[in-house]
Design a protein around this ligand. Structure first.
Ligand code: ZN
Length: 375
């Protein structure tokens, strides 16, 4: 391991991040789980594995409050994940009955999955932003058959045939486990102080990855708990979804700008590793989406009158397009649709407006060759 510069003397070149979660990064390279880490006198990070997923783990953060623990996120709902969470709490001298509440960054299963089980074992509360709470409460999110039916309709509206939609959505049995996710006891609005006694943890609504994504700022120690909004290595999936079919990329770019200049010293994301250099990372992620928008606009100019389903196959992806099946293809198409809507919002393309809209570039001055795609 390379020697780290002494604390407070870290230097980085413009545009570079300083990795502060060096043990997390080292574990990543060795393909093992990182350790539970004590980050402050009363703050820990507990890695909870996500089985068979390239993200590998969620970092659950635990705050000691003097009146029990408050967690940020819980992990994927599996027995392996549960054992890791319970074992992690035990390793810091705590148990589930010490948990007084859970702040959930967003509605995805790797973050909220175990919240119901934690609530049952602890009697604590679960808090989520109202927009994600409303999405989770929709009847089609509470029923596997409803999810499959609505998801097929949704993909057909993006240009899939009935057969193509059925092939990638999967079966009600596959969706069943995702429909029983805990609904929150409490909601947290933008700017609200969370119920973490002795701390000053402020919720920041950062929609984009989901409609109700929350980041949390610890105003005492100047830490940003960024959830999936800002990650050090990968960019979060920004997709149109049934709960937010139009503007997620516009929301996301605004949410990036909202956190860019926060007065924080360190970023503690839900995946990968802790780092310094928030503004640099925000700029890099925003630039990625601008490159992607330019690439997509060039494709739409060459192929006017195309659906997002078709357009996705013409973009550059990290693997050959034919290998994108199932949920990976859904993400590729819904992410493409999010970018199409952003081009439309900027007046660069227009939709045909019918049940399955197709998109055509508007007459614009030549902007030059598209920037190279970053995937
Ligand atoms: Zn996640």
């Amino acid at each position: 391991m390379a020697a780290q510069p002494p604390a407070g003397h870290a230097r980085r070149a413009p545009g570079e991040l300083t990795i502060t979660g060096t043990l997390q990064r080292e574990a990543w390279l060795q393909r093992v789980m990182p350790p539970v880490e004590q980050l402050d006198a009363d703050l820990w990070s507990i890695p909870v594995p996500i089985p068979d997923n390239p993200l590998r783990y969620v970092s659950v953060y635990a705050f000691a409050t003097g009146a029990g623990l408050v967690l940020i996120d819980t992990g994927w709902d599996s027995e392996e994940s549960w054992q890791a969470l319970v074992g992690g709490l035990a390793s810091i001298g705590a148990g589930l009955t010490d948990v007084r509440g859970v702040l959930v960054t967003h509605m995805h299963f790797d973050h909220i999955g175990l919240a119901g089980r934690v609530r049952q074992a602890s009697g604590g509360w679960v808090a989520l932003h109202p927009a994600d709470a409303a999405a989770l409460a929709r009847p089609d999110y509470r029923s596997a058959e409803g999810t499959v039916a609505r998801e097929k309709e949704f993909l057909q509206a993006l240009g899939a045939s009935a057969e193509e939609a059925a092939a990638v959505v999967g079966t009600a049995e596959q969706w069943a486990r995702f429909t029983g996710v805990a609904l929150p006891d409490r909601t947290l609005e933008d700017g609200e102080l969370a119920d973490v006694p002795g701390w000053k943890i402020r919720a920041l609504h950062t929609p984009g990855h989901t409609p109700g994504h929350l980041c949390f700022v610890d105003e005492r120690s100047r830490r940003l708990f960024s959830g999936d909004h800002v990650l050090p290595r990968i960019t979060p999936n920004i997709s149109v979804q049934r709960a937010d079919p139009v503007g997620p990329l516009d929301d996301y770019l605004r949410s990036l700008a909202k956190v860019r200049d926060l007065d924080v010293d360190e970023v503690l994301p839900a995946h990968e590793w802790r780092f310094k250099g928030l503004a640099e990372r925000v700029d890099a992620i925003a630039a990625h989406h601008e490159h992607r928008l330019a690439e997509l606009l060039a494709v739409i100019r060459r192929q006017p009158g195309t659906t997002p389903w078709q357009l996705a196959g013409h973009l550059t992806w990290s693997r050959p397009w034919e290998q994108y099946g199932g949920q990976m293809r859904v993400f590729a198409v819904t992410e493409t649709a999010a970018h199409v809507h952003q081009l439309e919002r900027r007046g660069l393309v227009t939709g045909s407006g019918s049940g399955t809209p197709t998109y055509t570039a508007t007459a614009q001055p030549d902007l030059g060759p598209p920037a190279q795609a970053i995937v």
